[in-house]
Structure formats: structure tokens, C-alpha cells
Design a protein around this ligand. Structure first.
Ligand SMILES: Cc1ncc(C[n+]2csc(CCOP(=O)(O)OP(=O)(O)O)c2C)c(N)n1
Length: 323
């Protein structure tokens, strides 16, 4: 490969790899702390889905807004939320992004453009719709991105959000994280047509299916829709094909998965693939290992900082609420 062409491609992919490893290590740490019952309650991890968070977010600007689901740690980290403050949130600490009141499934980090998770499947799309309507009225070119699973595509709120956003030409990018399972049920056993992007045409907006394990592909596609949305051309749907490499929730034994499926998914997972691509672009294995070690150390330090922070005081549980 021509070295002048390879250098920018390599640098972008290295940045994406670093962001993906940060999310992966963060969530592996969360899993470890959950196992030790230091983090308690329900957690939903996006291990294996990192490329879609990182790639889609790379297409946005700092003033844009992101909404996700209960599987939202990766989105918040991609937005730039500090790992220590996010870990503190999951640990119920006063230094958490929501002062420990949100936990794994209900936090937001608006200072970094992350407007929150939603545990009601599909409901985040309706909230994001409101943000997109406000962005259009503001007239400053702000774009909103809302992410949800393919199971959520069958929810009324998502249908209403898509219809209204398309009719009103709202700057809203719908990202469907198609990990082929809706909780424990394979999507193909829930719908006759599992090509979710095809539904976009019914709302009068563009829709495409993308390799969600390829951050560059995610970024390219999202960027073209973001540019159109900023020009006032309205919403679009990106269907990101991926696989989660862990259970739906912590403790899910995944007995519903066919034998061999996970092994295949591990071969195509985004971090392994990005490493292979970078090796082909001339990056040494030692350089990639050093990057992993550095990110690892950062997450270890962030976890220590979060664990040392004071717990949120139950006496003050009702503080910071609207009413
Ligand atoms: C309105 C609503 N119905 C049911 C549930 C229970 N539930 C939690 S996650 C989930 C599956 C969602 O699947 P999908 O949208 O594909 O997202 P994924 O979990 O695969 O990321 C369901 C049915 C819920 N939280 N909210």
C-alpha cells in the first residue's frame, strides 16, 4: 500500500481501536465488579458492539446529542464521558455522572452530549424526537442520534418517532443495533422480514444496513446522513449488524444460542478485526500491545478512583429531582 495513503487511514483506525478497547476494558471491569457484587443490580453490556458506538459517534460534532438504551455504557464513553465518573455512577458514588442516582441503566452525561439511557424498550426514540424538534427550531444545525435494538423496531414509540421525524424533516439519526437477539429471542423468530433498514422507505427516509463491527463503515454512513440532516433533509436509519459476545444481562447463560455461534462471532468482532487491519497497515504487534496496556492501566486507575469515592448518601436520595 502507498504509505501516504496508509498513514491517515492508520491514524484514524488507531484512534478508533483505542476508543473501542477503552469501552471493552471498562465493561470487562464492570463484569468483574458485578461478579464480586461490588456493583449490584442489573447490568447490560455491549461487549462486541463497540465499533458501532465509536464509528457512529465519530460522525458527530460536540454540539450534537446522543440517546441510547439500557445498553448504553459504550455510547457514553464514545461521547467522552470520563471512565472514572461513569464507573463511580455504576458503583453508586457521589462522584458519578448522576451522583450515583442513575446506576448502569438510567444515567445520562449531558456535559458530554450523552442525553441518557432508557430501560423502556423503544422509549428513547420518542425522547430523542423531542430533542430533534428542539434542534430544528433552534436552527443551529444540531443533530440528534438515537440508538436502540432491532427488537425495539417493533415498538409503537419507534414507529411514531420515525413517522413524525420524517414528516417534519427533523435532524434525527436512528441507529438500530441489530445484534440478532431481542433479549433471549432470535429476531428471525419475531418478524417475517428481519432486514430492518427496509422499513425506512415506508417512512419516506433513507435507510441502509451497515457492518456494525467496522467503525470506518459506521462512520462513513452516519456522516453522510448527518450532513444531510444538517442541510435540513431530515432523518435516516442506519441498521448496524453486530453480535453481543456476552449475555443479554449479567447471569444470562445464553443456552438459546446455537453451538458455535459465539466462536464465529469472536472471529469477526471489532477489536480483533481492527488489530488485523492495523497489522496489514504496518503497525507492529508490540505497538498494539502497548496501546492495550495503556488503556488497561487507565481503566484500572479510573476504577480505583471510583472505588475510593464516597457512596451517595441514602438520606439525600431525593435531591437533584425535579419535584
Ligand atoms: C416496553 C418494554 N417491553 C419489554 C421490556 C423487557 N425487555 C428488556 S430488554 C428487551 C429486549 C430488547 O431487544 P432489542 O431491542 O433487540 O435490544 P438488545 O437488548 O438486543 O440490545 C425486552 C423485551 C422492556 N424493558 N420494555
Amino acid at each position: 500500500m502507498n504509505p501516504e495513503r496508509a498513514a491517515p487511514e492508520r491514524n484514524v483506525l488507531l484512534r478508533h481501536l483505542e476508543a473501542m478497547i477503552r469501552i471493552r476494558r471498562f465493561e470487562e471491569k464492570v463484569m468483574e465488579l458485578r461478579k464480586q457484587q461490588i456493583i449490584v443490580g442489573s447490568i447490560h453490556l455491549g461487549i462486541g458492539q463497540e465499533a458501532l458506538y465509536v464509528g457512529a459517534h465519530a460522525a458527530l460534532s460536540p454540539e450534537d446529542r446522543v440517546f441510547a438504551t439500557y445498553r448504553g455504557h459504550g455510547w457514553a464513553l464514545a461521547c467522552g464521558a470520563p471512565p472514572a465518573a461513569l464507573m463511580a455512577e455504576l458503583l453508586g458514588r457521589e462522584t458519578g455522572v448522576c451522583k450515583g442516582r442513575g446506576g448502569s441503566a438510567h444515567f445520562s452525561a449531558p456535559d458530554w452530549g450523552f442525553y441518557g439511557e432508557n430501560s423502556i424498550v423503544g422509549a428513547g426514540a420518542a425522547v430523542a424526537l423531542g430533542a430533534a424538534l428542539s434542534a430544528k427550531r433552534e436552527g443551529k444545525g444540531r443533530v440528534v442520534l438515537t440508538a436502540f435494538g432491532e427488537g425495539a423496531m417493533n415498538q409503537g414509540a419507534v414507529h411514531e418517532a420515525m413517522n413524525f421525524a420524517a414528516y417534519q424533516d427533523l435532524p434525527l439519526i436512528f441507529v438500530c443495533e441489530n445484534n440478532t437477539y431481542s433479549e433471549l429471542t432470535p429476531t428471525r423468530r419475531m418478524v417475517r422480514n428481519d432486514q430492518m433498514y427496509q422499513r425506512a422507505a415506508a417512512y419516506g427516509m433513507p435507510g441502509v444496513r451497515v457492518d456494525g463491527n467496522d467503525p470506518e463503515a459506521m462512520c462513513r454512513t452516519t456522516a453522510s446522513f448527518v450532513a444531510a440532516a444538517r442541510r435540513g433533509e431530515g432523518p435516516a436509519l442506519v441498521e448496524a449488524m453486530t453480535q453481543r459476545l456476552v449475555g443479554h444481562y449479567y447471569g444470562d447463560m445464553q443456552s438459546y444460542r446455537p453451538k458455535g455461534e459465539l466462536a464465529e462471532a469472536r472471529k469477526a468482532e471489532p477489536i480483533v478485526r481492527a488489530r488485523q487491519a492495523l497489522r496489514q497497515l504496518g503497525v507492529s504487534a508490540a505497538e498494539l500491545d502497548a496501546l492495550e496496556t495503556r488503556v488497561n492501566d487507565d481503566i484500572e486507575a479510573a476504577t480505583r478512583e471510583a472505588l475510593e469515592a464516597p457512596l451517595a448518601d441514602p438520606q439525600q436520595a431525593a435531591e437533584h429531582l425535579y419535584a
